[in-house]
Write a protein that binds this ligand. Structure first.
Ligand code: ADP
Ligand code: MG
Ligand code: MG
Length: 898
């Protein structure tokens, strides 16, 4: 195997590059693009790249070099020296190199770069002689020792910074640049001493000379240690965590680029800078970036000195030519890579050198504008334009944000569970949020974690903050569904809901009810006080890209919504129907009393009254929904959750009874409460999610589906009479056998027929089922004979396939599973291949059973771009997701098709 590839020119000026942009998996992003730039004739300092695969072999062998690798590196090092006509470490004219990491994906968690490698006590003299600039040479040497110590050995950078500060104080120097060559030479001695004192002889036995660790003088030792450190950094905790968060595979490895140094710090005709070919914040077509005259490498990013805007470069004396050339390079790079590029460059004594290029990271707004502009400029096709916008980024555009210019102190941090920002008064209970909303006050609901009981409060609040739970906790899932900002798992919060206050660990802040806080669900930040918010402008660019996306996608996109406002919003976002209207969300607030009286009372009259009230209320709900979605399908799911979710919690009731007794309340009142408690207790199930819920409810209490179907059909009939085109469909949840579905289908059909008869209007309502149990998926051919459509409820299907409780998933073991890589990612966020297999089986069998079957998915996965790719492949007809995810899903569906 070939382990090393060279790039750049030989001594005759001939390009001898062996790699190309297409080889990112071998050469890493940086190495591949350095090769590509050299191939298209751009000035790239020569060097060579050691492959990512070598890194993996080295790491997997427990940091042992594979046979022959060091020999190959040596050969390429010698080749580089020949190409440059200089030798690393040479006492009269030394070659200096940088050692740079570069993984296939851009990875901020990786090792930093070491510059000026090859300097030692002899070659420094050569550098002085060659440049005639002792100050520059000593400054380069001290930078090298500092970087090598920090990056390769892991010594604390402060050790060196403190020595610089002390030196400046001794000399009365205001800035680094006031230090003379002699001062810097003295610093080099100090730095070497610091190195000796702080490096462990046990870890680096090869660096021990005369019983003491010494800064390595042998450039080959320097080089090998630096390369090993880059390889080792692939598995450092920062990099590992970054990969886990960004779903990057652990077996890619990083490449190492060894490249001749060029110097931006050789005086006023030298400079270094970073730039973008367009504005990465808003996409404007302009050269964007900063440079520093007489500076090296990281100085620009480190913010040590004030930088100047790139547009001025070509007007600076001594830099005009290089500045003009750079602008030509920008254009050339864009034309070649057909994307907005991010560039690192250095000018050495008037000569431009390109050090890096990659596709520029950009905001969502910029991504849209750049894609559309480039298509219009003829640079890319429509398909490519659609593919170069990251779907998950669109979230940024759809919610309010903290004003970028706002200043604030962070009070606490949690998980960025649902994007967007909110400002409001702190409330500690759902009821308080609802009350405040009635008074027209904006609130942030602060809870330990939320439960279905908190739903009304979550709707009433501007934002949700919890101290527990992760990104798939109840709070997070519901908030994302509603498009409400949510920060969850802010562990520093100690909430005392009873006292209506919270303390924040590490601060002396006590949050009380009514205090204003701000939270940013995009970043997970919580701030005390009000931060200015900006309403993001929905520019025409988003519309344009989504329209283009619609031309390419074959997967339909519907929304999960259960009220007319959300339905309307999803329609505006381009939803082609409602894939899931959860009727239980209509049973909140005062309706809760009605359903409670149905559940808790045995006498027929009370029950019938309750059903009649529910029927009236639901007919109104459905009327509003179908009207908002006129002409489009609305899938109404019949009641799904276990009934006790509508009841008071036995625990609260217990506490209440105890209080009543303690305060000597009327015995009859207490007895009544006790009876209620006993009744509620009778509904408690050990495993409610596997209990009396879904279609089982309809089988045990047939009056419920009859009431709901009658309400649906009646609302549709009324709208029809008004000349509208309502298209409700009836979905029966949690079916595991065809018999359940057949029975309830029969009930529904009979009810519809009655309504048709009573209203005198023709109705054709499709009846289908959710596939969310493995048994349903594997017997889908049978079930499909009774279904007009299937909708895969992948939340429950994931729960029942794995046997993982989705409500407890953040708690104990899943985080550990992720850390130990027993699971590659959270299967409740992105569809697991095993669950996807069941979906595919369900689709294929279902279509065998009923060739006209429509199939969709309505779990959280329906809004997840990676899952959407999987669903496209399986051949679903549509995905359904929360209204705010609809634009994301449209784009992801197009990309899946392209
Ligand atoms: P990162 O991946 O963190 O951007 P780089 O390897 O790109 O790290 O190095 C950071 C900076 O160091 C570069 O932007 C450049 O300014 C400087 N640098 C790296 N290699 C060289 C080199 N051969 N000559 C001059 N400067 C270099
Ligand atoms: Mg870089
Ligand atoms: Mg379900």
């Amino acid at each position: 195997v070939k382990r090393v590839y060279r790039f750049g020119k030989d001594s005759q000026g001939v390009n001898v590059t062996e790699g190309a942009a297409s080889m990112k998996g071998v050469l890493g992003g940086k190495g591949a693009n350095l090769a590509e730039m050299a191939n298209i004739g751009l000035p790239v300092p020569p060097g060579f790249t050691i492959t990512c695969q070598t890194c993996m072999e080295y790491a997997n062998a427990g940091n042992v070099w594979p046979d022959g690798a060091l020999d190959e590196i040596r050969a390429y090092r010698v080749d580089l020296e020949e190409r440059m006509g200089k030798k690393i470490g040479d006492a009269s004219d030394p070659l200096l190199v940088s050692v740079r990491s570069g993984a296939p994906m851009s990875m901020p968690g990786m090792m930093d770069t070491v510059l000026n490698l090859g300097l030692n006590d002899e070659s420094i003299q050569g550098l002085i002689a060659q440049t005639g600039n002792p100050r520059f040479a000593w400054d380069s040497y001290r930078r090298f020792i500092q970087m090598f110590s920090n990056v390769v050995i892991g010594l604390d950078g402060d050790l060196f910074e403190n020595a610089i500060i002390a030196m400046k104080q001794r000399r009365g120097a205001a800035s680094d640049t006031d230090l003379t060559a002699e001062d810097l030479a003295e610093l080099v001695s100090e730095f070497k001493a610091i190195f000796s004192q702080n490096t462990s002889a046990a870890d680096y036995p090869s660096l021990v000379v005369d019983g003491e660790v010494r800064f390595p003088q042998d450039p080959m030792v320097q080089l090998q240690l630096a390369i090993e450190a880059v390889f080792g950094s692939w598995n450092n905790p920062r990099a590992t965590l970054y990969r886990q968060k960004n779903k990057i595979a652990d077996d890619l490895g990083t490449a190492v680029n060894v490249q001749c140094m060029v110097f931006g710090n050789k005086g006023n005709t030298s400079a270094t800078g970073v730039a973008f070919t367009r504005n990465p914040a808003d996409g404007t077509k302009e050269f964007y970036g900063d440079y520093l005259v007489n500076a090296q490498g990281e100085d620009v990013v480190a913010g040590i000195r004030n930088t100047s805007p790139i547009s001025e470069l070509k007007h600076v004396e001594g830099l005009t030519e290089a500045g003009q050339e750079l602008e030509d390079v920008f254009v050339l790079l864009e034309n070649h890579f057909r994307d907005m590029m991010d560039i690192e460059f250095t000018i050495e004594q008037g000569k431009l050198w390109m050090l890096q290029t990659r596709a520029g990271k950009r905001t969502a707004a910029s991504a849209l504008k750049v894609a559309i502009d480039m298509q219009r400029e003829g640079l890319i096709s429509k398909e490519e334009a659609v593919c170069c916008v990251e779907p998950s980024q669109l979230d940024q555009l759809l919610h309010p944000q903290f004003d970028k210019n706002a200043r604030y102190d962070v009070l606490a941090r949690g998980l960025n569970a649902s994007p967007g920002a909110a400002v409001g008064k702190v409330v500690f209970s759902a009821a308080d949020a609802v009350e405040a909303a009635e008074r027209g006050e904006k609130t942030v609901l602060v809870r330990w974690e939320t439960t279905p009981d908190d739903l009304a409060g979550m709707i009433a609040a501007e934002g949700i903050l919890t101290s527990h739970g992760g990104k798939t906790s109840h709070a997070a899932v519901i908030a994302r569904g509603m498009g409400a900002p949510c920060v969850c798992g802010a562990e520093a919060l100690r909430i005392d809901a009873e006292k209506k206050q919270a303390t924040v660990v590490g601060t002396d802040v006590v949050l009380r009810e009514g205090d204003i806080i701000s939270l940013d669900g995009t970043t997970g930040i919580v701030v005390l006080g009000a931060v200015d918010l900006v309403q993001p402008e929905l520019t025409g660019d988003l519309d344009t890209i989504l329209e283009w996306a619609d031309e390419f996608r074959t997967l339909g996109v519907r929304a999960n919504a259960d009220n007319p406002e959300d339905a309307q919003l999803s329609r505006e976002f381009g939803a082609e129907g409602i894939g899931l209207d959860r009727t239980e969300h209509m049973f909140l607030g005062e309706r809760k009393q009605i359903i409670q009286s149905f559940i808790l009372n045995e006498d027929e009259e009370t029950r019938e009254k309750a059903i009649a009230d529910l029927y009236a209320a639901q007919t109104g709900d459905f009327y509003g929904m179908f009207k908002a979605m006129d002409g489009l399908p609305v899938i109404v799911r019949l009641l799904d959750p276990p009934l006790h979710e509508f009841l008071e919690s036995p625990r609260t009731l217990d506490v209440e009874i105890a209080r009543m007794e303690a305060s000597g309340a009327d015995a009859r009142a207490v007895a009544e409460k006790r009876a209620l408690l006993a009744k509620i207790d009778s509904f408690v199930e050990a495993n409610p999610m596997l209990g009396l819920r879904g279609c089982r409810l309809g089988i045990v209490y047939p009056i419920l589906p009859v009431m709901q179907v009658r309400a649906i059909a009646t609302a549709a009939a009324r709208l029809k009479k008004e000349g509208l085109d309502p298209r409700p469909e009836i979905m029966i949840p949690l079916v595991s056998t065809v018999n359940e579905l057949a029975k309830l289908r029969e009930v529904a059909q009979r009810t519809i027929a009655e309504v048709v008869e009573a209203e005198g209007v023709e109705l054709h309502l499709e009846i289908g089922t959710m596939i969310e149990l493995p048994r349903a998926a594997v017997t889908a051919d049978e079930i499909a004979t009774q279904a007009d459509f299937f909708s895969f409820g992948t939340n429950d299907l994931t729960q029942t396939t794995f046997g993982f409780s989705r409500d407890d998933v953040e708690g104990e073991f899943i985080p550990q599973y992720l850390t130990e890589k027993l699971l590659p990612y959270n299967p409740f966020a992105t569809i697991d291949p095993g669950v996807a297999k069941l979906v595919k089986m369900g689709v294929d069998l279902g279509r065998q059973g009923n060739p006209d079957l429509t199939v969709g998915v309505c779990g959280e996965h329906g809004g997840d771009p990676d899952s959407i790719h999987a669903f496209h492949k399986i051949g679903l007809d549509y995905v359904s997701c929360s209204p705010y995810r609809v634009p994301v899903a449209r784009l992801a569906a197009a990309q899946a098709a392209l």
